[in-house]
Write a protein that binds this ligand. Structure first.
Ligand code: CTP
Length: 380
């Protein structure tokens, strides 16, 4: 459909960026980025006539369009253009330009290749900046030495790609990364964009190694204003593959003091679930420092998000107590519920909750261990 639309619209269409990189590396990728030499908007509209199940959104200001498919995957279409950044970290301004310029505007050589999709040139690789060679030599190399100043998120992207593919930095790129960190380029980045980029890292299989580099390079220190006790332990590499993003995040902050987590939360904008879990983690950890009865502990553990409990159960200080409490919880064989109490003649009201609570505690503390004892207690 793409080739036919390109013929119909008499324009050249290329697939660019991550897809080309991953195709040459033979690794799967999801999103598709097209560049149209000509009007991307017009091409997108013509393409829509051939793929009617997509939903088209156009961003005229940026000269881009996006088609979203029912399964959630998307296809981004840009017209060849030149972007200016009026100040570092700002959103790009767009002007018409040619493919060579469009590719030069990108972050790294390995992301600056294109493949033509027009019928007569189908599959032709366009590689002006040595991307293929850098892929073969496993190098992350920027295209120009103000790349990180143009867009400081590229500092995090560089680390992400290097560790994802086990590539090395080209010397000048590594030097530029360190210079950019030292000269405070990151301060031009918004909290939203920084957070977004960090969370992309937490989605990566290899996020622990990436995290270590973020710490060792001084990038995190530059952003957070101080050294925080991040926990990116490579011993967790195997297990962490199955962890959710929230779980990975909680583990990574688990060595920090509460006030450090406070500092951290001021410098990132997390989604509600991640923020709430981080706060719940700090609060539960604080409570566990105190002497709690098994009933108090049971109440707190039941109230807290599951991931928070799992992360705290990894902490040597609380491990035994949490496991004991969870095991005691599992031994509870409570048959009583609100409905049963109503049938026994109790009136609806707070008393029912209190009785259920009392019976649960009795099970937990081992004061009752049979259904008869439970019935007896409920009648008291
Ligand atoms: N790009 C860039 N600078 C950025 C972000 C993106 O130059 N700060 C360019 C790169 O050419 C990149 C393309 O836009 O290949 C698409 O960006 P994105 O979808 O974010 O990245 P991918 O390279 O597809 O990487 P991923 O596999 O992580 O999706």
């Amino acid at each position: 459909a793409v080739s036919e639309t390109a013929e119909e619209e008499e324009c050249s269409v290329y697939i660019v960026g991550g897809f080309v990189r991953d195709l040459l590396l033979s690794v799967p990728t999801q999103d598709l980025d097209f560049v149209v030499e000509g009007s991307g908007g017009q091409f997108a509209q013509a393409l829509m006539r051939r793929i009617p199940d997509g939903k088209l959104t156009q961003h005229i200001k940026f000269g881009t369009a996006q088609i979203i498919f029912p399964d959630g995957s998307h296809l981004d279409i840009a017209s060849t253009r030149w972007e200016h950044y009026s100040f570092p970290g700002a959103l790009p301004q767009v002007e018409e330009s040619c493919l060579r310029d469009d590719l030069f505007r990108r972050d790294f050589t390995i992301n600056s290749m294109a493949i033509c999709l027009n019928t007569e040139r189908f599959g032709e690789l366009v590689d002006y900046y040595g991307g293929k060679q850098d892929l073969q030599q496993r190098k992350i190399r920027f295209l120009h030495n103000i790349s990180f100043i143009d867009d400081p998120t590229r500092m995090l992207r560089a680390i992400r790609f290097a560790e994802r593919y086990h590539f090395e930095f080209a010397k000048e790129t590594l030097d530029a990364l360190h210079t950019a960190i030292e000269t405070g380029v990151l301060s031009k980045l918004s909290v939203e964009r920084f957070t977004e980029e960090v969370l992309l890292i937490f989605k990566e299989v290899n996020y622990l190694a990436m995290g270590q580099i973020l710490v060792e390079s001084g990038l995190f220190k530059a952003w957070f204003g101080k050294e925080l006790a991040w926990n990116f332990n490579l011993d967790d590499a195997e297990n962490s593959r199955d962890w959710s993003i929230n779980m990975r995040w909680l583990v990574s902050v688990s060595q920090m003091k509460s006030y450090e987590i406070g500092t951290l939360l001021e410098r990132v904008i997390l989604n509600k679930s991640l923020r709430d879990e981080t706060i719940a983690y700090v609060q539960l950890r604080q409570s566990l420092m105190e002497r709690l009865t098994i009933s108090e502990m049971d109440r707190l553990l039941n109230k807290a998000p599951k991931e928070v409990v799992i992360v705290l159960a990894r902490d040597e200080r609380f491990k035994v107590r949490i496991m004991e409490c969870l095991e005691a919880g599992q031994r509870i064989n409570m048959s009583l519920d609100g409905k049963a109490l109503l049938q026994m003649g109790l009136k609806q009201g707070p008393e029912i909750g209190e009785i259920l609570d009392r019976v649960r505690m009795a099970w937990l503390e081992g004061r009752i261990s049979t259904l008869e004892e439970e019935q007896g207690m409920a009648r008291q």
